[in-house]
Design a protein around this ligand. Sequence first.
Ligand code: ATR
Length: 274
Amino acid sequence: MTTKAFVIGHPINHSRSPLIHGTWLAEHGIDGSYEAIDVAPDGLPAFFERLRKGEFAGGNVTIPHKEAVFALCDEVDPLARKIGAVNTLVVRSGKVFGSNTDYLGFLGNLDAAAPGWSDGPDDAMVIGAGGAARAVLVALQRRNGGKVHILNRTLANAQALVDEIEGPFEAHGFEAFATLAPRTGILINTTSIGMHGSRFDWLDFSLLPKQALVTDIVYVPLVTPLLAEAAAHGFRTVDGLGMLLHQAVPGFEAWFGVRPAVTPELRARIEATL
Ligand code: ATR
């Protein structure tokens, strides 16, 4: 019998997940499907009833449902609670389990693109304290050796996040950059300013250690102004597309029983759609 999976959102036509999972299904010759389903917020309870009846092995959840599904799942992974969002559902024996694979996508991307990135004692610098920062913080907490500094335009928002998520986190305003930069091993931009073609004018790359890694979680454009500037200064950079691809791996494995690979061919295929 065909194993079925889905991505639900509203709207859903921009999701690249069907192409990612469709590529893997074809590659492995699996009798499976992965479809994009537009579910409006008031349609979520009915959709979960379909899930409990066993129509699907599971699927992904995207905007605007990532928080609303908490109340509908039978069980939610503690890390998804910490991140504040569910992006992956797995149905087993009529029960729906929710988890968040974004932090695994963040780690998988860096491990593939910059092996050994977390081996040193350096601190990490996270710019931004919104929803996207939370998955990055949970990831760094599990792997980074040093402290994690959160730099945000509004200090109070960074402080609120630090107070809520337990871990080796410190909140700062942007003015802390100059002091913290020399101890920074990895800099991660979690804000969406790169999507709007902006950069941070206070970010002086000459203060960062030469071996620092610079990443952006935005992938449209693939090379954000921040990454372009970092590369021009000779820093290693990692773009955000790999995070999208790697976050899809655990879901595919749970639904279809095969751990898929993030290959250069898959990356090129998705890149062509950006
Ligand atoms: P999310 O992370 O939830 O997807 P976002 O709008 O991309 O949402 O990111 C929100 C984060 O980006 C916040 O940390 C926000 O800073 P404030 O807490 O001060 O609002 C930050 N952010 C958004 N636009 C910014 C800008 N133009 N300059 C600096 N920081 C910005």
